[in-house]
Design a protein around this ligand. Structure first.
Ligand code: SAM
Length: 387
């Protein structure tokens, strides 16, 4: 068995991202093939328990302690570090070890793994908090909610599983803002998402839109507006990739996110409060960039958001929509899962190419080009101009 594990590991190590993902899928399919019905049921309900005990582990900083200690830790050491009751801790640790999140080295001794290391990183901790605390109750609500509404595809952003789960009339962002910690956590997650990986900035052929040999390309003064940009991490990536290009780089979001952005280092970027339900106040920018904004909303609301940008466009302005483009078949599970998350939180969706193009057609935009920059999870930047 060790030989096979060694061979598969070696195969995955030098492989492209696409090959690595197909190896993971093949291993999953193999593991499913070996399951008894009992195994299948246990695996399915372990999904909820895994994220619940991981959430406890995050609260107790178990993964951070294991990552920073540089050596395995005994139960006693972990009890001292976490201040948790030893009997309780033993139950949590054995579950985490059973799921392979941490490693049980011997009796009452635990060690880090690549999984627990991931769970010690601030951006990944923020992701788990968001998916468990905010999305979790909405998924729990989803089956009954869909049944009650006769299995119609959800299109009302004010009536979603999330609204029922949280018994609120506020949308998800309003809810997280009122909570305070939730929106701050969400922004940490969004900033860290795909950090240190190749992003759209490196893949999009900017040279086809602007003369990169002539830095003075922005006669209108504004080069790039990140609409709904959170704390401005994509605006920062853009600025870092094109430090010499003339023109303002602006990040826009709701007041809480802009206040958070202003506490972070962001050289060369301006932060402006802007509600995308209102006309865009920054006129004639070269680019209006929206990453993972439109996937939060159903078509009607996307049309409003796009129209609000179109009103500000100059002749040579381009809208860049950075979102997943769902293939017509063989949809990676990571993409399908995002779609369900958008459904539960906002009656929104991840869209196919035809669904996106229908939206652009409806507001009088023409697709100039579409650049898929992470084939494994179907993320693409679509450049749009006025017809
Ligand atoms: C899924 S996040 C994407 C953030 C960022 N573009 C990124 O890719 O990391 C959606 C963003 O839309 C912002 N947002 C929500 N409602 C908004 C509104 N009415 N006006 C402007 N921004 C809004 C949120 O605060 C959040 O930053």
């Amino acid at each position: 068995m060790d030989v096979i594990v060694g061979q598969v590991t070696a195969l995955a190590e030098g492989a492209s991202e696409a090959t690595r993902k197909s190896i993971l899928n093949a291993l999953r399919d193999l593991s499913y093939k070996l399951e008894s019905p009992d195994d299948t049921i246990n695996r399915l309900w372990s999904g909820q328990v895994t994220i619940a005990v991981v959430r406890v582990g995050i609260n107790l900083k178990i993964f951070e302690h294991l990552a920073s200690s540089g050596k395995p830790l005994t139960m006693k050491e972990l009890a001292t570090l976490t201040n948790a009751d030893q009997t309780l801790l033993a139950r949590i640790l054995r579950t985490l070890a059973g799921y392979g999140v941490i490693k049980e080295n011997g009796i009452n001794e635990f060690a880090r793994t690549n999984i627990s290391d991931t769970l010690s990183r601030p951006g990944d901790i923020a992701a788990i908090k968001h998916y468990f605390d905010i999305c979790g109750p909405s998924y729990q609500e989803l089956p009954a909610w869909l049944e009650k509404r006769g299995y119609k595809n959800p299109t009302d952003p004010n009536d979603t599983p999330y609204h029922s789960a949280f018994n609120t009339t506020q949308n998800l962002f309003e809810y997280m803002i009122e909570d305070g910690a939730a929106i701050e956590n969400f922004n940490v997650y969004m900033t860290a998402r795909r950090q240190n990986q190749k992003t759209w900035v490196h893949e999009y052929p900017m040279k086809d839109d602007i003369d990169l040999t002539n830095p003075n390309i922005s006669p209108h003064g504004v080069l790039f507006v990140d609409v709904g940009g959170g704390v401005g991490h994509q605006a920062a990536e853009f600025r870092a990739a094109y430090p010499d290009l003339q023109g303002r780089v602006i990040n826009q979001d709701i007041p809480t996110s802009i206040a958070q952005a202003e506490t972070l280092p962001s050289a060369g970027i301006e932060h402006i409060v802007y509600d995308f339900n209102m006309p865009q106040p920054v006129k004639g920018a070269k680019y209006y960039y929206l990453r993972m904004v439109l996937h939060d909303w159903p078509d009607g609301k996307c049309i409003t958001i796009l129209q609000n940008q179109i009103g500000a466009m100059a002749e040579d302005s381009i809208i860049l929509v950075d979102d997943m483009v769902v293939p017509n078949h063989g949809v990676p599970w990571q993409v399908a899962q995002f779609d369900i998350a958008m459904m539960a939180a906002g009656s929104a969706m991840e869209r196919t190419e035809a669904q996106w193009d229908g939206l652009y057609e409806a507001v009088g935009l023409r697709v100039l080009r579409r650049v898929v920059y992470t084939p494994g999870v179907c993320e693409a930047v679509t450049a749009l101009v006025r017809k």
